[in-house]
Design a protein around this ligand. Structure first.
Ligand code: PLP
Length: 225
């Protein structure tokens, strides 16, 4: 286990002056490991698979930990999250949005979501293209039972700082434009730009991310993905 507190101490605010939230990416970790990291100051956790979310939910929820979903989501798995999940950060297409809306209305809840951007336009990754985001927000804002809280970006697996910087800056620009355009809207309230992981979070924060998703840095190396 790495020194969680010393990691957290270094992560404070972004250049916009917004507090940076650290989300623990807890895939493959046990509920006990999650609770231990939470008690060291990581205030929110995110899971990648609906089955894992469900298996650990009771223990995590009992501890009072906001538990989110950050992985690829099949429409037929949405029902397992509604009413339990603190936020679904990885909404990557319209049919998932519609399913979240339908299930939320049925359950009488509002589900907080982020729209996911495929930052590098990589075929292997899900997410909207940045240019599709205004339309996606418009569609999401028309759906009952959904509150759009911002954007989540997945970045390409590269060490090219210039490329990452350019992508992160253009994501932040779109985030700001939409935040302004929907000021005062009922179900679009931009507070969260989730961008950056263990390998690239410093660049992401410098470009205006206000939430980073850390796995290995908080929990140690994973045996499998
Ligand atoms: C696993 C994962 C992370 C964290 O990755 P690390 O490299 O371990 O920090 C962040 N976001 C998502 C969507 C993930 O699946």
């Amino acid at each position: 286990m790495c020194e969680v507190q010393s990691v957290l101490e270094k992560i404070t605010v972004n250049p916009q002056g917004e507090k940076v939230t650290v989300l623990g990416a807890s895939k493959t970790r046990t509920a006990e490991e999650i609770i231990a990291v939470y008690r060291k100051g990581v205030t929110v956790m995110g899971e990648n698979r609906a089955q894992e979310f469900t298996a650990k939910y009771d223990a995590v929820h009992l501890e009072g930990i906001p538990y989110r979903f950050i992985g690829r989501l099949q429409t037929n798995k949405v029902k397992y999250l509604i009413g339990k999940v603190d936020m679904i950060e990885s909404v990557d297409r319209d049919d998932v949005l519609l399913e979240i809306s339908k299930r939320s209305v049925k359950a009488g809840v509002t589900t907080r979501i982020l729209l996911e951007i495929n930052g590098g336009n990589e075929e292997s990754k899900g997410g909207y293209a940045l240019a599709e985001i205004p339309e996606a927000v418009k569609y999401a804002s028309s759906l009952p039972g959904v509150q759009v809280c911002g954007l989540m970006a997945v970045l390409p697996d590269t060490e090219n700082v210039a490329e990452l910087t350019e992508i992160c800056k253009s994501v932040r620009k779109t985030y700001d434009e939409i935040k302004t355009a929907y000021e005062g809207a009922e179900n679009v309230c931009f507070t969260t730009l989730s961008m950056g992981m263990s390998g690239d979070y410093e660049i992401a924060i410098a470009c205006g991310s206000n939430e980073i998703r850390l796995g290995r840095i908080l929990f140690g190396e994973r045996n499998y993905v």
